[in-house]
Design a protein around this ligand. Structure first.
Ligand code: PRX
Length: 584
C-alpha cells in the first residue's frame, strides 16, 4: 500500500524532547554502552529483565504506583512496585517449588489479568523463558506453539482451558498447568475431566513465600519468546535475550517520550510483541505507572479510561484509530482527553487521514513507528521532537542502521522501492527461531537482516512502507501465516484444497479470505460454507477466515504449489503478472 502524500506539508507540532533533542545528531554519535549503563544490572555483570522492571524501582520510603488495572466490569486494582515485587517473587517461588528450571519454557494463556504480569516477571526471575499467548487463540494455534516450544508450564484460566481442553492430552512435555481462577464461585459449565496436571494458583500462592533471589541470568540468556508467522510452515518462535531490555528502555524514552510522572497506556495484548515490549518491559524499566484494561476495544470504555486515569502517553494501533474515527468525533468530544501529551501507533501503516484526525480530536498528531517481533523494539519512528510526515514510519532510532536495499544488499537511492533491511547486532535482535536454525539463518543476507517488508526512503531520510514481500496477512496489526489457516481448512471433510489471502479492508487493513476447492461429491452451498467457517472458527478462533469463496480448483505452479499471489491479484482486479509457471 503506497500513500502518495510526500508532497503534503508536515505536521509541525513538535516538542522539545529532553531525551532526544535531535534524532539525526543523536544517531551520528551513539553507543549502546551508554544506554546499558543506565540499567541497574545484577552483581557480577548479570542482567535480568525482571530486576530492571520491578525490583530496582522498589525504593525505601517511595513506593510508586506501577499498575492501575481495570477489569471487564469496571472493577479496579492498583499495585505499587513493592507489591509487584512481592507477587512476582511469589510466582518465581511457586515455579521453583514445582521443579521448573532455568531455561524451561513457561507459557501464559491468560486474559489481561494481573496474574499475567505476575507470572511473566516471576518466570523471568527464576530464569525461565516466557511465552505469552493471545487469549483469543483457538486450540490449534495454542497446541502448535506449546508443542514446538516444549513448554513445561502453562498458566491459564478456567474458561480458556475449557476452550483448549481437547489438545491438553497431546502435550507430553507439559508438566504443570497453573489455573488462575479470579471468580472461584462463578457458575460455569462443568469441565468433563480436569487435567491431572492442573494446580490451583490460589493454593500454590498461599504456600509460597514473597521473597525470591532473582536468578543471575547473563545478558545473553533467553528471556521471552513470541511466535510469529511466515509464508510457509507453522509459526516460528522468535527468542529474545535479557539484553533486549537495553533497547526497550531506550526507545521508551526516545520514541514513547516517557517521563517518570507519566501515566501510560499501551492497548496491545501481551500475546503480541507490542504488549510485551511496550506493555510491560519498556515502561516498567523506566519506572512509569501503567494503565491496563482487561476488556477489548470499545470507543466509550477507551475514552473513559483516558479521562479517568488522566493518561498522558498512549501507544495504540491503526485499526483501533480507524475504529475510533468511525465512532465519530462527537463521541470523543464528550470526554476530557486533554491529559494526552503524546500518542504513538504501530503494527500497520498509519494512514495520513488517521494522523490528521489525531490533530483534530486530540490536538496532536499520532506518531507512527515501525518494528517487528524479530526486532524486539522500535526501530524506525516519528519522534516528538521531529516534524511528522503523515504516512511515513519516520526515521531509524539511534543505534539502528536501516536501509532500503536491492537483491544484492546494495542500498537504493531515495525514492526507489526495495527490501527494508537492518544491519544486525542491535541489542533487542532476536537470537533464534526456536529449534529452527536454518530459518533463522535465512533472514540474514549480504550482511543485512531482511525484514520481509518493502519500503522506500525519501531524500530526507524518512522511511515509507510499501507492503509485505511475502504472503503473510496483517489483520488489525496481527500477522497471520496462511499455512496455519489452510492446514485447518483442509481438515474439513469436504475440502480438497484451500488457500488464504489478505483481502484489503478499510478498517482492519486486511481480513483473511479463504478460497476452497471441494472434494468430489460435494457441491458449493451456503450450508457447506457455514460448516467450513464453523470448523475453522472452532479450531482457530481469532485467526479464522472472515470470507470464503468456492472455486472448482485453485491455480498452481507446475510443481503443484498453490499460487496465492494469483488469487490475490484476481481479488484485487490487478494484472495477473507472470503466469508462465502456471499449470496449463
Ligand atoms: O509488515 C510490517 C507491519 O507489521 C510487521 C511486523 O509484525 P509483528 O512482528 O507482528 O510486530 C507487530 C508490532 C511491532 C512488519 O513487518 N508493520 C509494523 N509496523 C508498521 C508496519 N507496517 C507499516 N507501518 C508500520 N508502522
Amino acid at each position: 500500500m503506497v500513500y502518495p502524500v510526500q508532497g503534503k506539508p508536515p505536521v509541525t507540532q513538535m516538542r522539545v524532547h529532553p531525551h532526544l533533542p535531535n534524532v539525526d545528531e543523536a544517531r551520528r554519535a551513539f553507543s549502546w554502552d551508554s544506554v546499558a549503563r543506565e540499567l541497574a544490572w545484577l552483581p557480577g555483570g548479570a542482567l535480568n529483565m525482571a530486576h530492571e522492571c520491578i525490583d530496582r524501582h522498589v525504593l525505601p520510603g517511595k513506593d510508586k504506583l506501577a499498575l492501575i488495572w481495570e477489569g471487564k466490569s469496571g472493577e479496579e486494582e492498583r499495585y505499587t512496585f513493592a507489591q509487584l515485587k512481592a507477587e512476582t517473587d511469589r510466582f518465581a517461588d511457586i515455579l521453583t517449588g514445582l521443579g521448573v528450571k532455568k531455561g524451561d519454557r513457561v507459557f501464559l494463556f491468560l486474559e489481561r489479568v494481573p496474574e499475567l504480569y505476575f507470572a511473566f516477571f516471576g518466570a523471568l526471575k527464576m530464569g525461565g523463558i516466557v511465552g505469552p499467548l493471545f487469549s483469543a487463540f483457538g486450540p490449534d494455534p495454542v497446541k502448535d506453539r506449546l508443542l514446538d516450544s516444549g513448554a513445561a508450564v502453562l498458566v491459564s484460566q478456567p474458561d480458556l482451558l475449557q476452550r483448549i481442553q481437547g489438545i491438553l492430552g497431546d502435550l507430553p512435555d507439559l508438566k504443570h498447568i497453573i489455573v488462575v481462577d479470579r471468580s472461584p464461585g462463578a457458575a460455569r459449565p462443568p469441565r468433563p475431566q480436569p487435567d491431572p496436571r492442573e494446580l490451583h494458583y490460589e493454593q500454590l500462592a498461599k504456600a509460597a513465600v514473597t521473597t525470591f533471589q532473582t536468578t543471575r541470568t547473563s545478558k545473553d540468556d533467553y528471556a521471552v519468546m513470541h511466535y510469529t508467522s511466515g509464508t510457509t510452515g507453522k509459526p516460528k518462535g522468535a527468542v529474545h535475550r535479557h539484553f533486549a531490555i537495553v533497547q526497550q528502555h531506550a526507545t521508551g524514552k526516545w520514541v514513547l517520550d516517557l517521563h517518570p510522572d507519566d501515566i501510560y497506556w499501551c492497548t496491545a495484548d501481551p500475546g503480541w510483541v507490542t504488549g510485551t515490549s511496550y506493555g510491560m518491559l519498556a515502561p516498567w524499566s523506566l519506572g512509569v505507572t501503567q494503565v491496563i484494561l482487561q476488556g477489548g476495544f470499545s470507543p466509550r470504555a477507551w475514552y473513559a479510561a483516558i479521562q479517568k486515569h488522566k493518561v498522558t502517553v498512549w501507544y495504540t494501533a491503526p485499526t483501533a484509530v480507524r475504529m475510533l474515527m468511525k465512532s465519530g468525533d462527537e463521541l470523543a468530544a464528550r470526554y476530557d482527553l486533554s491529559s494526552l501529551r503524546h500518542i504513538n501507533s504501530v503494527g500497520e501503516p498509519l494512514n495520513p487521514e488517521a494522523v490528521m484526525w489525531g490533530v483534530k480530536v486530540f490536538k496532536q498528531p499520532i506518531h507512527d513507528n515501525w518494528w517487528q517481533t524479530e526486532t524486539g523494539a522500535i526501530m524506525i519512528a516519528n519522534y516528538a521532537s521531529m516534524p511528522v510526515r503523515p504516512g511515513s514510519m519516520g526515521k531509524p532510532t539511534p543505534g539502528v542502521e536501516a536501509a532500503v536495499i536491492d537483491q544484492n544488499g546494495k542500498p537504493l537511492p531515495p525514492g526507489a522501492e526495495g527490501d527494508l533491511a537492518i544491519r544486525p547486532g542491535w541489542p533487542s535482535m532476536f537470537q533464534a527461531y526456536w529449534n529452527n536454525p536454518e530459518r533463522y539463518a535465512s533472514r540474514f543476507q549480504n550482511g543485512w537482516y531482511i525484514t520481509g517488508d518493502r519500503a522506500r526512503v525519501d531524500k530526507d531520510g524518512y522511511f515509507w512502507f510499501v507492503g509485505r514481500a511475502d504472503d503473510v496477512i496483517n489483520s488489525a496489526g496481527h500477522l497471520i501465516g496462511p499455512f496455519e489457516v489452510e492446514s485447518v481448512l483442509v481438515e474439513h471433510p469436504a475440502v480438497a484444497e484451500a488457500a488464504v489471502i489478505g483481502k484489503p479492508d478499510p478498517l482492519a487493513m486486511e481480513i483473511v479470505k479463504a478460497f476452497v476447492a471441494l472434494k468430489d461429491g460435494y457441491q458449493p452451498s451456503d450450508e457447506l460454507r457455514h460448516s467450513i467457517m464453523q470448523h475453522a472458527r472452532a479450531r482457530l478462533q481469532s485467526l479464522a477466515p472472515r470470507e470464503l469463496e468456492f472455486r472448482p480448483s485453485l491455480p498452481k505452479t507446475r510443481s503443484g504449489k498453490i499460487m496465492r499471489r494469483l488469487l490475490k491479484a484476481q481479488e484485487l482486479g490487478l494484472p495477473l503478472g507472470d503466469t508462465s509457471t502456471l499449470e496449463e
